[in-house]
Ligand binder design. Structure first.
Ligand code: SAM
Ligand code: SF4
Length: 341
């Protein structure tokens, strides 16, 4: 505890945690090969999933008592959770003790945005990341097991039209699958005025098919990008994304792109993230092998102080960083869709 009665969510490496990723459901309307098996995943029972009231309580307590500044809604696919705008409304109005608005964002596959973008914006959401890994309809079907590329492209336009800014489109690049679409993605970003970010493939796929041969390194991405465009790096700050701006660009989101090299250049040293699964497990890292279950506190009459203590205790245990590629790396037993990417 500090003198102000607030708890800092700090680990033994001095990293202060101010960002919470909340998985609002483990379910999804897609079946991305690198994330979920086509069949056979056991869904959580509805009764075991955090209610909107419980999510709101976790956020409000951590914002008011533990320095939480940003929240990202994710999943599974967050937009398949019924009445999602109601949850957004509950969270978006929260303020930090210093009176600042909570930085609220969402990661979605985009397919339901043609229907939902306006409602989400009206509920107070302003920032959106849309995941899209190919611009080729056949590949899209192969990768997601759904013939819905067009819906996602319309969804991106719907998000921009609704007023979201910046809209970011995140593409996971995989050698032999979509490594040849780097320039196409950059063109699309400029055309639609969205920030494209390339993300390295991580060993969190449900099938366990990840190999380092599949990872497209950030050097390869920049080489491909410079074959078509001239750009300069932007000061990085604490962002995990390496950012670049086109020389002939302006201040618009489409004038920028990014690379998130979580495997080849991990940003663990400045990580400020925690994750909450749909069933209330708080994890201190995407690759953490343990967690603290918040359900007993939330449903067993625990106080707000108990909640903060449980979260702070788990954060305190955080390791230095993931060790992908090392012999002693152990894959977490949950896939990205269950952890909330
Ligand atoms: N369904 C939403 C979506 O697709 O944006 C949110 C959840 S999804 C698990 C969050 C992010 O994780 C997506 O951008 C997805 O591409 C990414 N992801 C899933 N599996 C991954 C993996 N093995 N390596 C890297 N990123 C992955
Ligand atoms: Fe669903 Fe997102 Fe996983 Fe694809 S990446 S299966 S859209 S949760």
């Amino acid at each position: 505890m500090t003198g102000t009665g607030h708890t800092e969510l700090i680990d033994t490496f001095g990293r202060v945690h101010t960002d919470l990723r909340i998985s609002v459901t483990d379910r999804c309307n897609f079946r991305c090969a690198y994330c979920m098996p086509e069949e056979g995943l056991d869904w959580l029972d509805r009764a075991d999933i955090l209610t909107f009231e419980e999510i709101e309580r976790v956020v409000s307590v951590l914002v008011n008592q533990a320095g939480l500044k940003s929240v990202r809604l994710t999943g599974g696919e967050p937009t398949v959770r019924a009445k999602l705008p109601n949850l957004v409304e509950r969270i978006s109005s929260q303020r930090t003790p210093a009176g600042e608005a909570l930085d609220l964002s969402m990661t979605t596959n985009g397919a339901t945005l043609p229907l939902l973008a306006d409602d989400l914006f009206a509920a107070g959401l302003r920032r959106m990341n849309i995941s899209l890994d190919t611009l080729n309809a056949e590949r899209f079907l192969e990768l997601t097991k759904r013939d819905e590329l067009e819906k996602v492209l319309v969804g991106i336009d719907a998000a921009v039209a609704a007023g979201f800014s910046p809209v970011k489109v995140n593409a996971v690049l995989m050698n032999g699958i979509n490594h040849d679409e780097i320039v196409d993605f950059l063109r699309m970003g400029r055309e639609k005025n969205v920030t494209v970010r390339f993300i390295e493939f991580m060993p969190l796929d449900a099938q366990g098919e990840w190999s380092d041969q599949r990872v497209v390194s950030h050097a390869t991405i920049l080489e491909a990008a410079s074959s078509a465009f001239e750009f300069d790096p932007i000061e990085r700050g604490s962002s995990p994304a390496e950012r670049f701006v086109y020389r002939d660009g302006d201040d618009e989101p489409g004038s920028e792109f990014g690379v998130i090299a979580s495997v080849s250049e991990p940003f663990c040293g400045s990580c400020d993230r925690m994750r909450l699964t749909a069933d209330g497990q708080l994890r201190n890292c995407l690759f953490a092998l343990g967690h603290v279950d918040l359900m007993p506190v939330l449903r067993g009459g625990g106080s707000d102080e108990d909640l903060v203590a449980a979260v702070a205790g788990e954060v305190h245990k955080k390791w230095a960083g993931h060790e992908i590629g090392k012999v002693h790396f152990i894959r977490p037993s949950k896939s990205m869709s269950q952890l909330g990417g």
